[in-house]
Design a protein around this ligand. Structure first.
Ligand SMILES: Nc1ncnc2c1ncn2[C@@H]1O[C@H](COP(=O)(O)OP(=O)(O)OP(=O)(O)O)[C@@H](O)[C@H]1O
Length: 239
């Protein structure tokens, strides 16, 4: 299986007087988990939305093995993404939602039961989504992203709302996913939590890349990710 690298180059987005994303350049490699990390409002979601073609950049490019998301022949079979938990209609069930998205993406209906099992949502797959907790919605969103057996996962704050067991489960799941030569890009504002989950780190602050490199470079220097971030940005505290 060929690996897919993500390359973001000079990506920029300006909202009025706010440079939400300012000349952002980084890569995420196959076989590795890349953490896209920074405080609230740093520009993580806007960057991921540009990568997925949901927001139009003012400058720069974001590509999967050289192709923009919109130019991928069968996008949902290549890239699985979770950037919005509100995608499922509250009156539908997880199973109904997954059946619809399997049909829309041209994926076999048999994938529905498979992703329900993979993401551990069997216990509530036939309940209405409107009653789900944030953690349950996270799992459903991940299940939806996995329908096309993608080779890349792009997840915005995937551990939001997950309980400790869910966080450990997600960590192991992503580890196995990457170990098969696939690419994982996850954003988070919780630096301490992802310290155990990522191979490579891209730190973003005020729309600009503050540091990027393997996690081992951070830990070799003896510090934690949070300490490194604070020493780079010289800020008092993470918001
Ligand atoms: N549609 C928009 N209109 C105006 N400003 C926006 C818009 N989207 C994002 N911004 C601004 O761009 C900046 C970056 O926001 P973004 O959501 O990308 O940050 P983030 O790192 O994902 O934060 P969080 O961790 O809180 O999700 C913020 O100042 C935000 O207010």
């Amino acid at each position: 299986m060929t690996g897919i690298a993500i390359r973001v180059d000079g990506l920029t987005k300006v909202y009025g007087s706010v440079r939400a994303v300012d000349d952002v350049t980084f890569s995420a490699e196959p076989g590795r988990i890349t953490g896209f990390l920074g405080p609230n409002g740093a520009g993580k979601s806007t960057t991921l939305r540009m990568l997925l073609g949901l927001v139009r950049p003012d400058a720069g490019t974001a590509r999967f093995n050289g192709r923009a998301y919109r130019d991928l022949p069968n996008a949902t079979a290549t890239v699985g993404a979770v950037v919005d938990l509100a995608a499922a209609h509250p009156a539908t069930t997880a199973r109904g939602h997954l059946r619809t998205y399997a049909a829309l993406g041209g994926h076999p209906a048999t994938r529905v039961a498979e992703v329900i099992t993979t993401t551990g949502i069997d216990g509530f797959a036939d309940r209405r989504v409107g009653g789900y907790s944030t953690g349950m919605k996270q799992r459903l969103a991940l299940a939806t992203a996995l329908l096309g057996e993608p080779r890349v996962l792009v997840l915005d704050e995937p551990s939001n709302g997950l309980d400790p067991a869910g966080i450990v489960w997600l960590r192991n799941f992503l580890r196995d996913f990457a170990a098969a030569g696939r690419t994982v890009l996850i954003s988070s504002h919780l630096l301490t939590e992802v310290q155990h989950s990522v191979d490579d780190v891209v730190l973003i602050n005020n729309g600009r890349i503050a540091w990027a490199g393997p996690l081992t470079e951070v830990t070799a220097a003896g510090g934690t990710l949070e300490e490194t971030f604070l020493s780079i940005t010289q800020e008092g505290a993470l918001r």
